[in-house]
Design a protein around this ligand. Structure first.
Ligand SMILES: [Zn+2]
Length: 91
């Protein structure tokens, strides 16, 4: 006969050990977003103090801003006229 309780205990032990492994890994430290080295958990933005990483982050943020602007331009130039036409303003 299979001992169901023993199996349950085994499984729950396995799950809890896996969970504690994951959470301890998550809370232990952070990595620099650019070069991946360990950094202080409280670092904000999430990069180390290397000039190259700071510059990279600045470039990335500029790119993100540009992408957002492009999206709004695209929206205004293409989607808005169609929407207005659909609503009867373009005729
Ligand atoms: Zn770095």
């Amino acid at each position: 006969m299979v001992d169901a309780k023993a199996i349950k205990d085994k499984v729950s032990k396995k799950i809890s050990s896996t969970r504690s492994k994951v959470s301890s890994h998550l809370t232990a430290h952070k990595h620099c977003r650019m070069c991946g080295i360990h950094i202080d958990v409280k670092s904000d933005p999430r990069i180390c103090k290397e000039v190259t990483c700071v510059e990279k982050l600045e470039k990335q943020e500029k790119n993100d801003k540009m992408m957002r602007i492009m999206f709004f331009v695209f929206f205004a130039a293409i989607v808005a006229p169609i929407a207005l036409q659909l609503l009867g303003f373009g005729a």
